[in-house]
Design a protein around this ligand. Structure first.
Ligand code: ZN
Ligand code: ZN
Length: 344
């Protein structure tokens, strides 16, 4: 592993200009918040998942994709400032640049430069390839603020193509069944579609109504997705043998039970934990995650070389311990309102 960057003894603590508060991180010299849990005058948003992008802010800086997904989720009336990846933006006494986080389409790391120091707030991220979004770009920095959703050695995500092969094998085995796959509306759904297409599956894929608007938006941003059809209006017989994508909450409800011999699947990093799959009644767990696993988290620490990390949410202590073995100082932030969403 490469050595961490030296930190000059004279450097002021990061807390003097980047203040972690329970509701989010506040950048004082730039007068903005990052992913705040409550409405604020000025927010920089890493991505449009609901635990990061809330409504009611006075002004929002984010990528054009994130702003569009926020409009779909929260409605119009956003005072939006779009920023493309790599565009340097002066905000007060700091310079802000967004870089790809590889989590979902439009997801960004927030790079903040101030007084000769560089802090990177990664938001949620993963480093494995995702056909629906730009890949994670490691940025060498003095302070790296990271998530730790899957920060335990037990979490090692398998190759997503192998998980998709399981789904297709089950479909061949039960040709009359309708396979209902639970997936998050923003990101996971479109990634599943593209992984199926890459596996050579070009049949229509059916969508629960709750997933349609995000898929339309992805298409508008140039992600092809292929032949998608609404599952809600399709006759039950037309769905025999088909793959239906639905929000995780819907795979167990009456709607899904009315389908023909339904097989329940759920695509989530949490499906690594057999007990979680069992307790949710998932017959076909698919370990596909949009969050970095243990190895990705550690490789990222090595790549960004930051002498100090702050951990926003998840298995904070495990990651901080592993970082300390690398000579990195760690601090747990325990931000409120970060959901440990079973579908992520
Ligand atoms: Zn997220
Ligand atoms: Zn999150």
């Amino acid at each position: 592993m490469p050595p961490v960057l030296p930190r000059p003894a004279s450097a002021p603590p990061f807390e003097s200009w980047l203040q972690p508060r329970p509701e989010g991180i506040f950048c004082a010299p730039g007068e903005f918040w990052i992913d705040p849990a409550r409405a604020v005058p000025r927010a920089v948003i890493t991505h449009a998942h609901s635990d990061h992008a809330r409504g009611g802010h006075g002004a929002v800086l984010a990528t054009p994709e994130t702003l569009e997904f926020m409009r779909i989720r929260l409605g119009d009336g956003l005072a939006a400032q779009p920023a493309r990846y790599g565009e340097a933006i002066a905000m007060g006494d700091v310079c802000v640049t967004l870089r790809p986080a590889g989590h979902v389409l439009g997801s960004a790391q927030v790079v903040i430069e101030h007084g000769g120091q560089r802090a990177v707030i990664s938001g949620d991220y993963k480093t494995v390839r995702d056909p629906t979004c730009e890949g994670f770009e490691p940025v060498v920095c003095d302070l790296f603020v990271t998530e730790a959703t899957f920060a335990l050695p037990v979490f090692r995500h398998p190759d997503p193509a192998a998980e998709i092969a399981k789904l297709l094998a089950s479909q061949r085995l039960f040709p009359a069944s309708t396979h209902v796959v639970g997936c998050y509306a923003l990101g996971k759904c479109q990634r599943l579609v593209m992984l199926l297409r890459e596996a050579g599956y070009d049949a229509p894929i059916f969508l629960h109504g709750a997933l349609e608007s995000m898929c339309a938006a992805y298409r508008a941003f140039g992600v092809p997705l292929g032949d998608l059809r609404p599952a809600t209006v399709a006759a039950k017989d037309a769905l025999k043998g088909a793959i239906v994508l639905a929000p995780p909450s819907a795979i167990q409800d009456r709607w899904a039970r009315r389908l023909h011999e339904p097989v329940n699947a759920l695509a989530s990093g949490w499906m690594r934990v057999r007990q979680r799959a069992k307790s949710r009644g998932v017959e076909l767990p698919l370990v596909i995650s949009d969050h970095a696993d243990w190895d990705e988290l550690l490789a990222t620490l090595d790549a960004v070389r930051a002498p100090e990390i702050w951990v926003t949410h998840g298995r904070e202590e495990a990651l901080i311990h592993a970082a300390s073995l690398r000579g990195i100082v760690g601090r747990a932030l325990s931000l409120v309102g970060r959901e440990e969403d079973a579908a992520e």
